[in-house]
Design a protein around this ligand. Structure first.
Ligand SMILES: Nc1nc2c(c(=O)[nH]1)N[C@H]1C(S)=C(S)[C@@H](COP(=O)(O)OP(=O)(O)OC[C@H]3O[C@@H](n4cnc5c(N)ncnc54)[C@H](O)[C@@H]3O)O[C@H]1N2
Ligand code: MOO
Length: 413
């Protein structure tokens, strides 16, 4: 299999991996569906098709009177139209009779429009005297109402399989009477590597060592996105320990994330391990981004596996998660736009030195005036705590000045 030997541009790398792994992949259903209130963040297992129209009946958007709009033609405060008040539409049920010519029925917000009515005259535009309504406004058909099926019709596709759900979608399931959501069964193992990396409970941390940050970041990252994740611990920088730990993860998980041990030091054995997995195997051994260059991408078709080797530096690891892993997960699920960062043009609020020849991502805090770049180095662990996203400087871009328009990628919630 041809491996990208040199660091390659991010877009090129993504295209290659998506093509070689044949994304999107079929989504195995989760055994137990998701409770509706827990579904936010998870991928949807099956396309959601509307089982009924919405609204299910034509309804009023205002308190007032259900009318035939044509009967208000020409009405104004000076020349009102007079219509007979024939009764009231009850809330939670249909009108007892259709709207007859020359008449109106009193109706409340959310009330069911009686047959014959095609608009609602607001209370503010009417005066009631002795069983007559004086309409001071001419209405257009549809004014102050939503018609049955206006938003969507029975049979319409509302959400596609693989799209990442959030709280905006929960109400749609509720409207269709669904208290549970079909989910996707996805498993992942996260492995940290490095002799200097110690478990988080280590206290005090021996000199020269650091607590495992990436393992927890990646575990949380995937859990919030619907994966059953196991943090498989910290593997020693030794070929045998790495191979054994990796083998187990490969056998049991759809997605395997490794952190550390990817750059050029003699102890960096990950590449060796990744070159042994079945075809297409190791596809990428470096992405032309900063931070995050020593990123490895591998995968197999039988069994279906995606493997990502992250750089050990925590900010580099997180940057790769948002800019490389998310697009791959989106392609895997067949719904890239619901998984990836939203992009926007923003004003840069400080001068920033960027290097030509590499695509750079700098954490940034959004303000109404523009985006402030935050201090960052790839080894920082807290650089994203106030970040709303990343300023992106494409390969050809050098130093940018305060006031210039630049691209900003929002971190998905
Ligand atoms: N001579 C060169 N050295 C380095 C290069 C290079 O091209 N030539 N690339 C640099 C870049 S860029 C990065 S990023 C790092 C990535 O290195 P590795 O992926 O091999 O990671 P490690 O060497 O294992 O660790 C780097 C750094 O991160 C700390 N680390 C590792 N794992 C964790 C973890 N789970 N939680 C917190 N911190 C972690 C580790 O202690 C190191 O300080 O390589 C550069 N070097
Ligand atoms: O990818 Mo590395 O992040 O620049 O230190």
């Amino acid at each position: 299999m041809n491996v990208l030997r040199e660091v390659a541009p991010r877009e090129e790398v993504l295209t290659k991996v998506i093509r070689e792994l044949g994304f999107p992949w079929e989504l195995p259903p989760r055994e137990t569906p998701l409770a509706l209130e827990d579904a936010a963040g998870f991928p949807l297992g099956e396309t959601l098709v509307a089982s009924q129209d919405h609204p299910p009946f034509s309804r009023s958007l205002r308190d007032g009177f259900a009318v035939r709009c044509e009967e208000t033609a020409g009405a104004s405060p000076g020349t009102p139209a007079f219509l007979r008040l024939a009764g009231e539409v009850p809330m939670g049920g249909p009108a007892s009779e259709p709207l007859r010519r020359g008449e109106v029925l009193s109706i409340h917000t959310g009330g069911m429009l009686p047959p014959g009515a095609d608009g609602v005259l607001m209370l503010e535009d009417a005066t009631v005297t002795a069983g007559w309504v004086e309409a001071r406004k001419a209405l257009q058909r549809g004014e102050n109402v939503v018609f049955q099926g206006e938003e969507y019709r029975r049979g319409d596709s509302l959400l596609t399989a693989g799209s990442r759900l959030d709280e905006r979608h929960v109400g749609i399931f509720a409207a269709l009477g669904k208290g549970v959501v079909p989910g996707v069964d996805l498993s992942a193992t996260v492995l940290s590597t490095g002799d200097e990396v110690v478990p988080l409970e280590t206290d005090p941390v021996p000199q020269g060592c650091v607590r495992d940050v990436n393992g927890w970041f990646l575990t949380g990252f995937l859990r919030r996105r619907g994966f059953r994740v196991r943090h498989g611990g910290i593997l020693r920088d030794d070929p045998e320990a790495l191979a054994t730990g990796f083998q187990r993860a490969f056998e049991e998980s759809d997605l395997i994330l490794l952190s550390g041990g990817s750059s050029v030091s003699v102890r960096d054995h990950c590449e060796e391990i990744l070159s042994q997995i079945p075809a297409p195997g190791l596809m990428v051994r470096g992405v032309n981004i900063q931070p995050g260059k020593p990123t490895h991408l591998a995968g197999s078709l039988v069994p279906r596996r995606l493997v990502v080797g992250f750089p050990g530096h925590p900010l580099a690891c997180a940057t790769v998660a948002y800019t490389v892993l998310l697009p791959l997960l989106g392609a895997w699920m067949g719904s890239p736009e619901t998984w990836t960062c939203r992009k926007e043009r923003v004003t840069l609020l400080r001068d920033l030195v960027a290097r030509a020849g590499v695509e750079e991502f700098v954490p940034g805090r959004w303000t109404p005036q523009g985006v402030v770049p935050l201090p960052s180095a790839s080894g920082y662990v807290a650089a994203l705590r106030e970040a709303d996203g990343f300023l992106r400087f494409p390969q050809e871009r050098e130093t940018a000045r305060s006031g210039e328009e630049v691209e900003f990628w929002w971190i998905p919630r």
